[in-house]
Design a protein around this ligand. Structure first.
Ligand code: HEM
Length: 397
């Protein structure tokens, strides 16, 4: 079973567990036809994520760079996720000046209002049709709206932005035409938006990114537009999957749902366990060995692609007691769902906030919610990067 293909729910974890039983390192061919070494062990994954000999390779480590015109590629791919030091260090420092804890914390009331209003829509859907797709109607609009709000994207542009972001999120598994059309439109829109914020600075993240200074240094035009694209790619489907995978796990484990509902102070730890149990990101961006590197007793030659299976590492029996059990009171946390090392997720505080508010609001509003299908009939989308459900149909008991 290919763990990156479209699979019935549960089969991805089963396939990875089978692979992991044979050892912590494996040779596979990825859906992009690239041969790669895949790490499934927690200790080996953590070490690899912090190893400077495993490099991202810069802006060329992106979908369709050979086919796309260089100007579009430059405006989308000059961001920190594929950068190595010293460029990564510089970009991360500038972005961290703008994307502060304060920016995130002050979103709390907005996210609460947003989730309440989306749950009104879910209630309407349930009343009218007897069923609702929690992924499309709830998990997806939460992060999409939050990123648009953060960046100060006007409401009338958001339908277009959603349309353009969809092929970008599919990355290299979409067709070139679909990807390129969306990329060009998104870039043209982002360039106009940056101009607009320059003319009329606002109290938003994009204005803060434009104004971020480190001595004489600042983000270039390509770096600014690439950062906007990165926020959508890194912050949408990942958070969609935290909310939808999290909701699925809670609905299929009523005892655990009752445990967290009994004391709201349990939510932050519950979100960590949900991140471990069914991690939203399958793998970080693949890396290449800059020199031969020994991993789990095997010498991986130079110039070889290495990927870390976050799903497998987060269920490694050598690291977690009863790893396939959802235990919201688990004390042996420290999952790798947000990565590790210099690329550890910049958006983790925001993702945790969104995940907690969205799941708490959902379960408080609808204590009688149940799955509308057998869990085994749900499907995961094919993807190298994301561990995302296609849909999450629910109904009231
Ligand atoms: C549950 C939700 C999320 C998960 C599971 C997640 C996961 C990750 C992972 C695994 C990485 C490391 C990737 C690598 O090493 O290649 C990463 C990096 C990153 N994430 Fe997230 N992420 C989430 C939400 C967000 C959000 C909401 C944002 C921002 C709005 C965001 C922005 C970023 C950025 C900018 C990076 C690049 C950091 C760097 O390269 O230094 N993420 N994320």
């Amino acid at each position: 079973m290919d763990p990156f293909a479209a699979v019935p729910d549960g089969a991805r974890h089963d396939a990875l567990a089978e692979l992991a039983r044979t050892g912590p390192l494996h040779h596979l061919v990825l859906p992009t036809s690239v041969p790669a070494w895949v790490i499934t062990g927690y200790a080996e994954a953590r070490a690899a994520l912090a190893d400077p000999r495993l490099v991202k390779g810069g802006p060329d480590n992106a979908p369709f760079v050979a086919e796309l015109e260089p100007e579009t590629s430059a405006g989308l791919n000059h961001h920190m996720l594929t950068a190595d030091p010293p460029t990564h260090t510089r970009l991360r420092r500038l972005v961290s000046m703008a994307f502060t804890r304060r920016q995130v914390e002050r979103l709390t009331p907005k996210i609460e209002t947003l989730t309440a209003s989306l749950l009104d829509d879910v209630a309407k859907e349930l009343a009218e049709t007897g069923e609702a797709d929690l992924l499309a109607s709830y998990a997806y609009p939460v992060p999409m709206t939050v990123i648009c709000d953060l960046l100060g994207i006007p409401p009338e542009a958001r339908t277009d932005v959603r349309t353009w972001v969809a092929p970008l999120l599919k990355g290299g598994v979409d067709t070139f035409d679909a990807y390129a059309t969306a990329a060009r439109r998104m870039l043209a829109f982002t360039r106009d938006l940056v101009e607009e914020k320059r003319r009329t600075p606002a109290d938003d993240l994009l204005t803060a990114l434009i104004e971020a200074r480190d001595g004489e240094d600042r983000l270039t035009e390509d770096e600014l537009t690439s950062m906007v694209q990165l926020l959508f790619v890194a912050g949408t489907d990942t958070t969609v999957s935290l909310v939808s995978n999290g909701a699925l796990a809670l609905l299929t484990h009523p005892d655990q749902l009752a445990y967290v509902r009994a004391d709201p102070a349990r939510w932050p730890a519950a979100v960590e366990e949900l991140l471990r149990f069914d991690s939203p990101a399958q793998v970080p961006i693949p890396v290449t060995t800059a020199e031969p590197v020994e991993i789990a007793g095997t010498t991986v030659p130079a110039e070889t692609v290495v990927i870390v299976s976050l799903l497998a590492a987060n269920r490694d029996p050598a690291r977690f007691t009863k790893p396939d059990e959802l235990d919201l009171s688990r004390a042996d946390g420290a999952h790798l769902a947000f990565g590790h090392g210099i690329h550890h997720c910049v958006g983790a505080p925001l993702a945790r906030l969104e995940g907690r508010i969205a799941l708490q609001a959902l379960t408080e509003r609808f204590p009688d919610l149940v799955l509308a299908r057998e869990p085994g009939s749900l499907e995961r989308e094919p993807s190298l990067l994301f561990n995302k459900l296609r849909a999450l149909p629910v109904r009231l008991r």
